[in-house]
Design a protein around this ligand. Sequence first.
Ligand code: CDP
Ligand code: CDP
Length: 204
Amino acid sequence: MIFTVAIDGPAAAGKGTISRRLAAQFGFAHLDTGLLYRAVGAMGGDPVAAAQALSPADLDRPGLRSLEAGQAASRVAAIPEVRAALVAFQRRFARREGGAVLDGRDIGTVISPEAEVKLFVTASAEVRARRRFDELEAAAPGAQDYDTVLAQTRERDARDMGRADAPLRPAEDAVMLDTTDLSIEAAVTRACDLVADALARATP
Ligand code: CDP
Ligand code: CDP
């Protein structure tokens, strides 16, 4: 069975959490496409060459989840040649046998416009920054302040939405999910219901 779930949205909206839970629930493979851009940004040197040479081992490098790695990722992600070098791998993943969940910024619009389910997950910048701050605090208490995380969240949103190539925006047929006032469980339940409905239609 070929079945793609595309999950897009800004930083810390809940894409990864929802994607992992969907993958576990339905037995689909999951690709966090942000990691590809984080790895390219962290490699230094020529980002186009880094994207062309990217291998799975590069995705296991420590530190890819840091705020700095997120900023570096969003800078290299604005380069069209970097994006072009990563398209084929993501498209193959999306259409692999057995079902796939991909989360990122352009999955429903560019990587997999044919996806059976498209979800655009949002939340206010303040709530997203608070979530990211709490995550970073749990890993390294006292190492960051909330205002910096909020400023970086806004800066990354603006860069991702403002770029010419594959800007962050919902696909026309995406279902919108605002998690500002939603618990993780409620968001996951809504996503699971959507996928279950689409699966029932795809495999009558
Ligand atoms: O993948 P993305 O950056 O969109 O977000 P995430 O890593 O899934 O979620 C960022 C943080 O927000 C995690 O620590 C989640 O546990 C938390 N979260 C939340 O508190 N409430 C939600 N409805 C969704 C996520
Ligand atoms: O986890 P979080 O939402 O903070 O970020 P991420 O998903 O790891 O993405 C890091 C950066 O990579 C984003 O800010 C985008 O600039 C870029 N990205 C992209 O352009 N296209 C994707 N499909 C995924 C990520």
